[in-house]
Design a protein around this ligand. Structure first.
Ligand SMILES: [Zn+2]
Length: 319
């Protein structure tokens, strides 16, 4: 486990991952139900209203950039693809399928730009989408914070109970906010829990890294999909035994380990992409439900592109 697993090739994409992911993948790949009588195709604008109902823009962090990036609201959105990143491969997948709208977690353009010239990869993405007749929308920290959001899905996948936000949303409901903390139904060891985390997330080159005693007993678990090293103080306040997040860097981790008197919270560092990919399938189902309630039928799929940027890893190995 500590030597990592080979990155999934572009042809295989997310195939060949864990059984849980296979199940999700198969669900995601199944064609949507045929349009029911009287159902109509939503426009991009209708899809945006449904997105607002599920993941309100007001829940996004002030620094974030969410909402419609490319596209005309009045155009049809018969085929909708969910993905983590608006990468070249994801856009190719969307255009090959004939998607009308791609909903991504990460913004294509977080910072203001002066040009969308196709000579830069971001401008090229904009051009390819427009030329292919495909809109692009972002659901980022609003998707993190909402009920049923990225960290909620992780908490659910890990089997946590009595879940609450690590950092409550300033203006939202008590259940809304960044990160989640809850309890396993039964105490287990850090090593066994790390094994569960590893088995649930998609297989990526970097694997899963753990800081702490493999045999230590853990029950209270904090999670934050994506980069979560800004939440260490909240994790300590939550009295979590272990914290699962991504993108953990040397200094925040080193200081957190030094500050942990009894070793807690132990840390599990997972793939940023993997921690957020899990959300796509329930997000797609939620959007399909909201659209159906409004009498709309769209074909909705989850991307099978693995956009984790790492390709292989060398470690001394401990197994
Ligand atoms: Zn992220």
């Amino acid at each position: 486990m500590t030597t990592g697993t080979p990155k999934i090739g572009p042809e295989q994409q997310l195939r060949g991952t864990t059984s849980a992911m296979e199940a999700d993948h198969q669900t995601a790949e199944q064609p949507s139900e045929q349009p029911t009588e009287g159902a109509t195709t939503p426009s991009v604008g209708d899809a945006l209203l449904a997105i607002e109902e599920l993941w309100p823009e007001a829940l996004a962090e002030s620094w974030d950039a969410v909402g419609l990036v490319v596209g005309r609201p009045e155009r049809s959105a018969a085929k909708i693809l969910f993905a983590v990143d608006p990468t070249h491969a994801v856009i190719s997948e969307a255009l090959d399928w004939g998607a009308d709208l791609v909903i991504v977690h990460h913004p294509l353009m977080m910072k203001p730009v002066n040009s969308v010239a196709a000579s830069h990869f971001k401008g090229d993405a904009v051009h390819r989408l427009i030329e292919g007749g495909c809109a692009l929308a972002t659901v980022h920290t609003n998707g993190d914070s909402a009920v049923g959001g990225v960290s909620d899905v992780l908490a659910d996948a890990f089997g946590l109970e009595d879940v609450e936000p690590l950092s409550k949303s300033a203006d939202g409901l008590p259940e809304e906010g960044i990160g989640r903390v809850g309890n396993l139904t039964e105490a287990t060891t850090l090593g066994d829990f790390a094994g569960v985390v590893f088995s649930i997330l998609p297989a990526v080159a970097g694997g899963v890294r753990v800081a702490g005693d493999r045999d230590a007993v853990v029950r209270r678990v904090a999670v934050c999909g994506g980069a979560g090293d800004s939440l260490f103080e909240k994790v300590r306040e939550s009295r979590a035994d272990v914290y699962v997040t991504a993108d953990l860097r040397h200094h925040p981790v080193s200081e957190a380990r030094e500050a942990a008197g009894d070793g807690r919270p132990y840390l599990i560092d997972v793939s940023h992409f993997g921690s957020e990919w899990l959300w796509l399938t329930p997000a797609a189902a939620a959007l399909e439900n909201v659209l159906a309630d409004q009498g709309f039928t769209a074909e909705i799929r989850v991307s099978t592109v693995n956009s984790d940027p790492w390709d292989f890893v060398l470690t001394p190995g401990t197994d």
